[in-house]
Design a protein. Structure first.
Ligand code: PLP
Length: 391
């Protein structure tokens, strides 16, 4: 017996971008001391106060089935926070709580695409984008940006790629590039969405990590609210990656259908996790800054170190928890470089190729080590790249 073609074609059994990560984990489990700067996970665990509220919620009985769309208080908190930030009227009926942003990405694509429809996304991209699109039975269409244009798509690129697509997935602040889409890019995205009648799926899971520029959600642009679905999560903003707590936000008619999907797939998110989410969101901006600020500090450390290595090109990240280092002067691909770095220096970073074509010849370095250790490791990476550099 064979699995369905739909599920078999999710990865096509091929390269899924995580090879280096698995190799590093294998080395660690066989006793090698590897410094990991490969995944997007904080170097701290979830705050003990959040865990305490989770524990108390469980002990107070929130261990049964929770409401499938999410606890109303949490949906309202997410809605209010969004309305306050964007000025766009948002109620709990615009929100479904999901097990993490990834589940919301899947639900969003399920909600707007039929089997065989084409769905666009922007390269470089977060590793699961093409596979999420394939998971829902749609055909992926990537829009390749360039480092020269700061990895932001142009109107022409967007327009020509989406004439026959039904949706466009964007991510700002961006993983892996750290770019925050500027006003002109957001305008192009919205203009093209209206011109080509697209759904915009806006992945905003890094929206509390802005170091330069301003985060603009396409949902807040005129005539965009009814065609935009926003993906959010507490994973990055509150160091709650393992709690699996996120949301999809959009027009009520779509959220109602996403609730039907959840009824038949996840059957909601555990109540004690949602109560911890309520507690986390109630801590406000100060708490979010406590979680996000170390990344900005390390970003500055990285940029200072890069001043000593003029042959290593980079675009200063404006948001999120990564630095993309251009290693093209070594003449190597990001993948070969990452393998060599892991073998020689026992440092794991993600090859740019894991995130598509546009980021080839780059590596993504996570800002996820205590400052001193990060500084020392980042300098070692730069030295290693610089010594291999043929320029
Ligand atoms: N979107 C982006 C751009 C990400 O980088 C990630 C995780 O790394 C996710 C979505 C998924 O986050 P989660 O499912 O933990 O909320």
């Amino acid at each position: 017996m064979k699995p369905s073609n739909r599920i078999a074609s999710i990865t096509n059994g091929g390269f899924d971008g995580w090879e280096i990560f698995y190799k590093a984990r294998q080395m660690i489990s066989s006793g090698t001391d590897v410094t990991e700067l490969s995944i997007g996970e904080h170097d701290i665990g979830t705050d003990p106060a959040i865990l305490k509220s989770m524990n108390e919620a469980a002990l107070n009985g929130h261990t049964g089935y929770a409401l499938v769309p999410g606890i109303e208080e949490l949906r309202s908190l997410v809605a209010n926070k969004t309305e306050k930030k964007t000025g766009i009227r948002t109620t709990l009926e615009n929100v479904i709580i999901t097990p993490g942003g990834q589940s919301a990405l899947f639900a969003a694509h399920m909600a707007v695409l039929d089997q065989g429809d084409t769905a666009a996304y922007i390269d470089p991209f977060y590793a699961t984008y093409p596979t999420t699109i394939r998971s829902v039975g749609a055909i992926e269409r990537k829009i390749i940006t360039s480092a020269e244009n700061y990895f932001q798509p142009t109107f022409e690129q967007l327009d020509s790629a989406t004439k026959k697509t039904k949706s466009l997935l964007i991510n700002s602040p961006n993983n892996p590039t750290g770019m925050v889409y500027n006003e002109a890019t957001i305008k192009s995205i919205c203009d093209v969405a209206k011109k080509n009648d697209l759904w915009i799926i806006s992945d905003e899971v890094y929206d509390t990590q802005i170091w330069a520029g301003k985060h603009i959600s396409p949902r807040e642009i005129e005539n965009m609210t009814e065609r935009t679905l926003v993906v959010g999560s507490l994973s990055k903003s509150h160091a709650m990656t393992g709690s699996r707590l996120g949301w999809l936000l959009g027009p009520k008619e779509v959220i109602d259908k996403a609730i039907d999907l959840a009824t038949n797939m996840t059957y909601g998110v555990p109540g004690f996790i949602q109560h911890a989410g309520i507690f986390a969101l109630e801590q406000g901006k100060k708490f979010e800054e406590k979680i996000s600020w170390p990344f900005n500090r390390r970003r500055k450390l990285a940029l200072d170190i890069l001043n000593d290595f003029p042959n290593l090109e980079h675009i200063p990240p404006q948001g999120a928890m990564y630095v993309m280092l251009n290693i093209r002067t070594t003449g190597m691909s990001g993948t070969s470089f990452a393998h060599k770095l892991l073998d020689a220096e026992k440092i794991a970073v993600m090859p740019g190729e894991s995130f598509g074509e546009a980021a080839s010849g780059h590596v993504r370095i996570s800002l996820t080590l205590a400052d001193k250790k990060f500084e020392e490791t980042f300098r070692r990476i730069c030295k290693f790249a610089s010594n291999l550099s043929v320029l």
